[in-house]
Write a protein that binds this ligand. Structure first.
Ligand code: SF4
Length: 369
């Protein structure tokens, strides 16, 4: 019995990612595919690839072959607007931006305000529409190309209904229940929803690539069962690991546990205090013991955050690892350095977010390219 659990709605325990590849039936993102990405884009790889934050895929090899042969591909990702976005939500969007820039492809971002209304008992439709606007600002602030990025909110982009209808005829109740765990009490809107979520994978007659955390993979397994029968490609995906919350390396950063998350709209000062108070370290009981035995970066959330996002320089990351292990670096200093990075990131993000209020119309997808 595994001591971790990963479903689209829940992540528990310390995830064994190699086992997850087996469980989900995906393929490892090999060095060969990563090398090929660098070769085709003629670019230096970002840390997400170099450090295997993206570690698994479905048909990414075919995406690269399509690109090489001039057939191209497009990107699709999304966001369920049920509250403010945190750092764990936004990191995969930075990876998506890299893919868009370096492959020079279109990106569609689906904002599922209808889904969050249907699935979250306590949220009103007005709430999810408000969060949709709020979250779109954070996504634009990542810096996507407005000429190639198309953001749409399901409740506004009603053309999606027409596209979902042929899909809805391909999915029977037991297929959907196997993925979503529906019960007799599930609302009928929830049961239709997988058809809406699959529709953007057919926006272009090219292969679709979805960069997302691996817990989202089950949604797209369903699409792969029927895509070819409708004359489209099975969607491809690359899967990321989870960004841990501040208090534990297990599970993922969660909006339902505010002390584990740094929100993109947090006041930088307050965010600093939160990190100082809650971030788990791999430090020893006393400074003296740490100087003697060294710290344990493998058990440390502070180190993990540097590794995933806040230390782009590989040599400097290794130097931090070494200094920690040797006892030269103590956790107080290390945390302060992380806080500085996070605060700088938040300040810059919040400035770009402010500018996004004036740019939002440029990104809205109307169904026309
Ligand atoms: Fe973590 Fe830094 Fe402490 Fe090492 S010194 S355990 S990397 S916080």
């Amino acid at each position: 019995m595994d001591d971790f659990k990963v479903t689209p709605w829940d992540v528990e325990g310390v995830v064994d990612y190699a086992k997850l590849i087996e469980q989900f039936g995906t393929s490892p993102l090999t060095d060969e595919l990563i090398e090929k990405t660098a070769q085709l884009t003629k670019s230096e790889l970002p840390i997400f690839f170099r450090r295997k934050f993206f570690f698994s895929h479905r048909d990414y090899d075919k995406v690269l072959a399509d690109y090489e042969a001039g057939r191209g591909f497009f990107l699709y990702t999304g966001r369920g607007p049920s509250g403010p976005m945190h750092i764990g939500h936004i990191i995969p969007f930075y990876a998506t931006k890299w893919l868009q820039e370096n492959f020079d492809v279109n990106l569609y971002v689906q904002i599922t305000d209808d889904e969050k209304f249907l699935f979250k008992e306590k949220l009103s439709f007005d709430d999810t529409k408000r969060w949709a606007y709020d979250n779109i600002l954070d996504i634009i602030a990542v810096g996507f190309d407005p000429d190639k990025t198309f953001i749409f909110q399901n409740s506004e982009f009603t053309k999606i209904y027409e596209m979902a209808i042929p899909i809805a005829k391909k999915i029977n109740y037991s297929m959907a229940r196997a993925v979503f765990g529906f019960t007799d009490q599930s609302k009928i809107g929830m049961i239709f929803y997988p058809a809406i979520q699959a529709a953007p994978t057919f926006f272009e007659k090219k292969r679709c690539l979805i960069p997302a955390a691996i817990d989202q993979d089950p949604y797209w397994r369903l699409q792969r069962d029927f895509a070819e029968s409708l004359g489209y490609y099975k969607t491809a995906a690359i899967h990321s690991k989870f960004v841990p919350g501040l208090t534990s390396l297990s599970g993922k950063m969660s909006a339902s546990k505010p002390e584990t998350a740094v929100y993109l709209t947090d006041d930088p000062e307050e965010a600093g205090k939160k990190i100082w108070k809650f971030a788990l370290t791999g430090g020893r009981a006393t400074a003296k013991e740490q100087r003697e035995k060294g710290g344990e970066p493998e058990k440390c959330v502070v180190f993990k955050w540097f590794e995933i996002f806040f230390e782009p320089d590989d040599e400097k990351l290794m130097e931090r690892y070494r200094a920690c292990k040797s006892g030269e670096l103590l956790c107080g200093q290390c945390k302060r350095e992380l806080i500085e990075r996070v605060q700088k990131f938040l300040k810059e993000h919040q400035e770009r977010r402010k500018r996004a209020e004036r740019e939002i119309e440029k990104f809205k997808y109307t169904g026309e390219l």
